[in-house]
Design a protein around this ligand. Structure first.
Ligand code: GDP
Length: 301
């Protein structure tokens, strides 16, 4: 059994590879929840939905958001009647979000997601990192504290980030036990600051990871992330924007870091921080890239 720690883009790409070569019922995915919030009257747990759609082969894997070939009739109508949405939610994707919102009236988030994954025929366990509401704020030079989605969408990731702040929440009930029962924990190439740090900062998690084989894939190539704002968030949090910074964040429990082949000159430096470094192709474009990287992650110590 394995446990994967995930955000909503880099790690789901790796999961597409893992699920091709590893029994789905033996996969647990602990998913970041700090970016969850209500939008347009529905509860949006974007990273959780991306993982649900990844396992059910519904994912729009061009944007890594929502369902492929979705329509946007409700989204367009909302704009026409004068209430444009901040998040562009597709019609079928909105059904998932409405269902989750309704389930949350009587269930915890963990229970709601478990019902949804079973309805989608998913055998892997998908576990929200917390059942509690959390707040994430991006502190910027230009506008002070702004909402995470405003930073990404309204301000297009442009402001200078001085700090990333999120509230402390309790882990959801099964997390520690699931990590204990796993042979290996995989940290996919997700944003270390906004996707993974919130999970590993949960009470008891990093202590448990110290007792486990933990292998991570870096989301960086050279000094830039493959996509998104991880670089800005890493430097605002005091880390180098490269796989060296990633190794430092996971230093206390990480056994192996997979970095891109083009960064092989960093191996020596990273080996001073953590025990093992492997250089390989970490860019996941084709299903074959994803399977090859998944094989390496599953077979390395
Ligand atoms: P978010 O929740 O949408 O921010 O998604 P994640 O945190 O799961 O993933 C964002 C990270 O994925 C970014 O830092 C990217 O650099 C990384 N990423 C995206 N695609 C790839 C890829 O093909 N290879 C690697 N190594 N990293 C990737």
């Amino acid at each position: 059994m394995i446990t994967v720690l995930s955000g909503g883009t880099g790690t789901p790409k790796l999961i597409q590879g893992i699920k091709e070569i590893y029994p789905e019922e033996e996969i647990n995915v602990i998913v970041n929840t700090v970016e969850n919030n209500y939008f347009s009257g529905v509860y949006v747990a974007a990273d959780i939905d991306t993982v649900l759609y990844t396992f059910s082969n519904l994912i729009n894997d061009e944007t890594w958001y929502g369902i492929k070939d979705d329509t946007f009739i409700t989204n367009e109508r909302l704009a026409e009647i004068g209430t444009p949405e901040l998040l562009r939610i597709g019609d079928q994707d909105r059904a998932t979000k409405i269902q989750k919102t309704l389930l949350l009236k009587e269930h915890t988030l963990s229970e709601a997601v478990d019902i949804q994954r079973k309805n989608l025929g998913i055998k892997a366990k998908i576990i929200p990192m917390s059942d509690e509401h959390s707040e994430i704020k991006i502190e910027t030079e230009e506008y002070g504290d702004i909402e995470f989605h405003d930073f990404l969408i309204k301000y297009q990731g442009q402001p200078t980030v001085t700090k990333v702040k999120y509230s402390e929440v309790n882990p959801s009930p099964d997390i520690i036990k699931i990590i204990q029962d796993s042979d290996k924990v995989i940290i996919g190439p997700s944003n270390p600051i906004t996707s993974i740090l919130p999970i590993i900062s949960l009470k008891g998690v990093s202590e448990e990871l110290e007792n486990k084989k933990v292998i991570a894939v870096s989301p960086f190539i050279g000094t830039s992330p493959v996509s998104g704002p991880a670089g800005k968030f890493m430097s605002a949090s005091g880390y180098e924007t490269s796989s060296i910074g990633v190794a430092k964040i996971y230093e206390s429990f990480l056994d192996t870091l997979i970095i891109d082949s083009s960064d092989d000159k960093m191996i020596e430096e990273i080996e001073k921080i953590i025990p093992n470094v492997i250089a390989a192709n970490t860019i996941m474009k084709t299903i074959n890239d994803k399977k090859e990287l998944a094989k390496l992650v599953l077979n390395s110590d």
